[in-house]
Ligand binder design. Structure first.
Ligand SMILES: [Zn+2]
Length: 440
């Protein structure tokens, strides 16, 4: 199994000449991609080979950069079109509006012995881009300790290979360089599965192994909604203050961007912490994670999914759930567990329905009532979140492995309770005034 993890490098401040060169190349790349998109649409082409066949001559006469740039641009163009077609098919893009490549980034193929159409070389502490025959742009890279430990050592030993490099300009005089490192991972066979149920304030794991009682782990992560809430308040107050005339649209934009950035960075960091914790548990227990499939999760929240009263979810509840970065959490956990050799599974969309309302003992559907789950048919009682996590694991096991979970597990109690990112309790400490009590 191939494991890809991208490293972000930053260049040291570039000279003016290099900056101008780079931005010219970025422009040329975007133009090339748009040119390729137009040709693909005009001739109904979906593959890179077909594109090469019909548009190469014209591209050559239009652009004065090395011919291999055409391959990299064609790659991006065909991929952009593919995802656009998929979105059109799903109904979330307009088929009459073809995509336009506006991103200020370029994705360049790397030159290897196998891939002679590459235009980019990676040397560890710098990259070299071929512009024209005999004309190269060198970008030095700042290699930190983190890069050295995580990527460079393995890369030098030949354990990791480098994929397509993405370059973008960012603030002032530096450029961003993303380098994907690929590694082959041997997939281990797991001893069992672990259902993962994500809730607003907690992540619940249910570990199922053959001939063992289910094990539950609850990870408290109430810090996440707390951060979301705090930054929401912050945004509101900024809006309130800056909406009063005289208006400063630029300042408002800048402030909003700043807080958005801050919030995103914080959330990413927290997601890394949580997913690392989860991946640690998974590799310790030697189990494969099973997630709910997230296909159409946003849409389902918008309309179909009903709350316990039978109405669509309330607006603020929807907002709160929409803010939870489910996908990010799954993505991080997936690659972190793959590092230790375990594959991630997804419970298909059709099977996700009713995971937290089906009784694990008798299979009856119950309306969830508060935090506790209680079955009206057989009287089984447990925490609702654990029932959800258990059902995810059990359904996947029954369908894919065929092993059924013994029905005699009636003591479904939370066993381990781990606080990863607990929100700070907002207890106000009373200030002592003794200092000022002068005693008169
Ligand atoms: Zn029951």
């Amino acid at each position: 199994m191939k494991l890809v993890s991208s490293a972000r490098f930053v260049t040291p401040p570039l000279t003016r000449r290099k900056r101008e060169w780079l931005s010219k190349l970025l422009d040329q790349f975007a133009e090339s991609v748009n040119f390729c998109i137009q040709r693909c649409l005009a001739h109904g082409i979906t593959s890179r080979a077909g594109l090469h066949h019909i548009a190469y001559g014209e591209w050559r006469s239009k652009f004065s950069i090395a011919t291999h740039w055409f391959h990299s641009a064609g790659q991006v163009a065909t991929q952009t079109l593919r995802s656009w077609r998929r979105l059109c098919h799903q109904g979330s893009a307009d088929p009459k509006k073809p995509p336009v490549y506006e991103a200020l980034t370029m994705r360049l193929e790397i030159w290897t012995e196998k891939n002679s159409t590459g235009i980019c070389w990676f040397f560890g502490n710098s990259i070299q881009i071929r512009v024209r025959r005999g004309e190269y742009l060198w970008l030095p890279l700042v290699v930190t300790k983190h890069h050295e430990l995580m990527y460079m050592r393995d890369w030098r030993e030949g354990k990791k290979r480098v994929g397509e490099i993405t370059i973008s300009r960012f603030r002032k005089d530096r450029a961003n360089v993303w380098v994907p490192f690929k590694r082959e991972v041997k997939v281990k066979s797991a001893e069992g599965v672990c259902g993962i149920d994500v809730n607003e304030r907690s992540i619940n794991l249910c570990i199922l192994k053959s001939s063992q009682e289910p094990k539950f782990i609850r990870l408290d992560c109430s810090k996440l909604p707390a951060i979301k809430h705090a930054s929401q308040l912050k945004r509101k107050s900024i809006q309130k203050k800056l909406d009063v005339p005289p208006q400063h649209p630029l300042q408002k934009q800048r402030l909003k961007a700043k807080y958005h950035r801050r919030e995103r960075n914080r959330m990413n960091q927290l997601m890394h912490v949580v997913s690392k914790k989860v991946a640690g548990i998974l590799s310790r227990e030697k189990v494969e994670p099973v997630f709910e499939s997230l296909t159409n999760i946003r849409q389902s929240m918008r309309s179909k999914r009903k709350s316990k009263n039978g109405k669509a979810l309330r607006k603020d509840m929807r907002r709160r759930l929409n803010q939870w970065p489910f996908h990010k959490f799954q993505f991080y956990t997936e690659y972190k567990t793959l590092r230790s050799g375990y594959q991630t599974h997804y419970l298909p969309h059709e099977q996700v329905r009713g995971t937290s309302s089906t009784c694990p003992i008798c299979g009856a559907r119950n309306k969830p009532n508060g935090r506790m789950f209680s079955c009206k048919v057989c009287g089984f009682k447990a925490s609702r979140h654990f029932v959800g996590a258990y059902n995810i694991a059990a359904r996947w096991l029954t369908k894919n492995v065929g092993s059924h979970v013994p029905p005699e597990w009636r003591q479904m109690q939370p066993m381990v309770d781990g606080a990863v990112l607990q929100a700070k309790s907002s207890v106000k400490v009373q200030k002592t005034r003794d200092k000022f009590a002068t005693g008169f």
